[in-house]
Design a protein. Structure first.
Length: 395
């Protein structure tokens, strides 16, 4: 059996909203439907009934994104009811996992045209209440927030594995001697690059604002931040000696992203030139508390499978869950030119809507490769509970 080439024809995303911000009134299934519908509308030659499947990443899935948000997006977007949908969860890597799984289906001949993406509304993530072990308990019951991080943790898990995500970032900073000043400088650069990219119109081809919502640009970007403003923020996770702050971490966000993937036949049906071709991917595991370093080995494996090296890269979108985490990864890739990483800003500025972020990164790499005309690009994320995920694209 021959393996088919897989092409990314198009990629769209919403502007990323901040926690409790402009997109907070919008349900996650509606956010997902919006990017699906937008993607279909941008390829008018393609019959929507030809979409073989829709893969969507979603990290929480505890609220309005329950009951297979991918299928809900299909129905709410007005696609034919014959188009199926499946929802995937690899936490922060969910959106990229959706792209990888969709690409595999096409490569193996199980599909020809697939939509893959991700969604998260951290603003609307609910509190959940565990069922009591017996009826009519007399005591108080605890509500758990599903916005971010560990909850209802299994007591059999070692305590060092279940530290907060922020403490995990502090551990990476400890390991690599990353200072507060370095983290703040990284965060400042992320905001400046993102603001400049928007000012230059570099996101115009991929961002599709949500109807009737006053948000046309990523909401968390702080154009006027400064080293002095960042330095005034207190550590968020370690009271004594902490270096990780709200200013050098990704915020809580809402948003959705989607990509249109096709084989040669599907490409002809769209009548479009592809943005990029999917080459290889890799996923790896690491100790849960060191999740921030998860991409280190995944990226090396993905490049090795593609027969490429860091020297071959034109661009690299690395999710910035925390500045400390991203800097820790860069420290373990000494052969990588850091100027190639997140040239249009990263998640510290743009935002990190969990299940959508991986699809955003893949879409951004595809658009950058198309703008350049040729080259190799990479998208990678760290993942809570200790995983890393990477995808290599080419044009």
């Amino acid at each position: 059996m021959s393996i088919r080439d897989v092409y990314i024809v198009d990629a769209v995303r919403t502007p990323i909203g901040k926690f409790g911000g402009a997109l907070a009134p919008v349900r996650p299934d509606d956010l997902a439907a919006h990017v699906v519908r937008s993607l279909v509308d941008r390829s008018p030659a393609l019959d929507p009934a030809r979409v073989d499947d829709v893969y969507f990443g979603d990290a929480n899935g505890a609220g309005e994104d329950n009951r297979d948000v991918a299928r809900m997006a299909v129905l709410l977007a007005g696609l034919p009811v014959t188009v199926p949908g499946v929802t995937l969860n690899r936490l922060c890597g969910s959106g990229l996992e959706a792209v990888i799984q969709a690409a595999r289906a096409i490569a193996l001949g199980d599909a020809s045209v697939v939509i893959a993406g991700g969604v998260e509304s951290m603003s609307r993530a609910p509190w959940v209440l565990q069922k009591p072990e017996r009826a009519f308990p007399a005591g108080h019951q605890q509500l758990h927030s599903t916005t971010l991080g560990w909850r209802m943790t299994n007591p059999r898990m070692p305590a060092e594995w279940t530290v907060s995500l922020g403490e995990g970032a502090e551990l990476v900073a400890d390991r690599h001697g990353i200072t507060r000043e370095q983290q703040d400088a990284f965060a400042l650069a992320s905001h400046r690059k993102a603001a400049e990219a928007w000012a230059k119109g570099l996101y115009d081809d991929e961002v599709v604002p949500y109807p009737d919502v006053d948000l046309t640009r990523d909401e968390s970007i702080r154009d006027n931040t400064s080293p002095e403003a960042l330095a005034r923020l207190k550590p968020s996770f370690r009271a004594e000696g902490g270096t990780v702050t709200a200013g050098n971490s990704s915020p809580l966000n809402d948003g959705a992203a989607a990509l249109l993937l096709v084989d040669e036949e599907g490409l002809r049906e769209t009548g479009r030139e592809p943005l990029a071709r999917i080459r290889t991917s890799a996923v790896t595991g690491i100790e849960p508390q060191l999740f921030g370093l998860g991409p280190v080995e995944a990226v090396r494996r993905a490049l090795d499978r593609a027969g490429r090296s860091f020297a071959d890269l034109m661009t690299f979108e690395l999710n910035e869950a925390f500045a400390a985490q991203a800097l820790g990864c860069l420290a373990e890739w000494p052969e990588l030119d850091p100027e190639l990483v997140n040239p249009r800003g990263g998640a510290v500025a743009i935002g990190h809507p969990l299940g959508a972020s991986g699809a955003r990164l893949a879409g951004s790499v595809a658009h950058q490769l198309a703008a350049a005309g040729s080259g190799t690009g990479l998208a990678a994320l760290c993942i809570g509970v200790g995983q890393g995920l990477a995808l290599v694209l080419e044009r």
